[in-house]
Design a protein around this ligand. Sequence first.
Ligand code: NAP
Length: 211
Amino acid sequence: MKKVLILGANGQIAKLVSDNLLTQNMSQRLFLRDSTRLAVKNPQKQEIFEGDALNIDQLVKAMTGIDIVYANLAGNVIQEAKNVVKAMHQNGIKRLIWISTLGIYDEVPGAYGEWNHQQLDGGYLETYAEAAKIIENSDLDFTIIRPAWLDNQDEIDYETTEKNELFKGTEVSRKSVAHLVTTLLLTPEKSIRSSLGVNKPNTDGDKPAWK
Ligand SMILES: NC(=O)c1ccc[n+]([C@@H]2O[C@H](COP(=O)([O-])OP(=O)(O)OC[C@H]3O[C@@H](n4cnc5c(N)ncnc54)[C@H](OP(=O)(O)O)[C@@H]3O)[C@@H](O)[C@H]2O)c1
């Protein structure tokens, strides 16, 4: 049974992915900063590792015996990306799924692209773009995922765009992104060294409908 390390396991998308995997032939190491925040649902398939992705020693240790890394992080993503790449190298792990955001390549067209810049410039978009560069400049088998603005709709409805395509749509459910991540974890040969935009079809507009 393959084992995934979920970094930022208390994150909203990460928790959905973790639940999806409970019924699959894959075990999980749940890496989070405060272990009291998460309960193991199936001890045969899940274990908790308390750690901070800004601490390289903890990351290296957490990657022992791991086949795939799924990073669902936030905060200082530049340093986190550097640490994840380094720790994966030290452990000889190649496959990484990295959650980023829309707009890191200036790929969001029109009024929505401008609105997105207004919302996310000034520290967020720039750091997520730099972190993605660090991943892309590594020799890892990465998939970077760039979700549209996230909501908690109880639906799986999404399409993807490649790096050199314009971003489509404005919004997507966390459940949809979790479905994409789960699919990639279970078929890790797909979308290697690629960067996927993820959106709900037919949600083009100047901003997400709920904004
Ligand atoms: N909101 C949107 O519309 C939108 C759109 C596109 C992309 N995104 C991005 O998509 C990503 C995933 O989304 P989400 O909703 O699942 O995010 P989330 O719930 O905020 O999860 C992010 C997780 O990262 C963890 N984390 C932060 N720094 C860490 C560190 N140094 N070490 C270990 N864990 C750390 C946090 O841990 P703690 O629980 O300890 O705080 C948190 O659980 C985020 O990066 C988000 O910015 C968001």
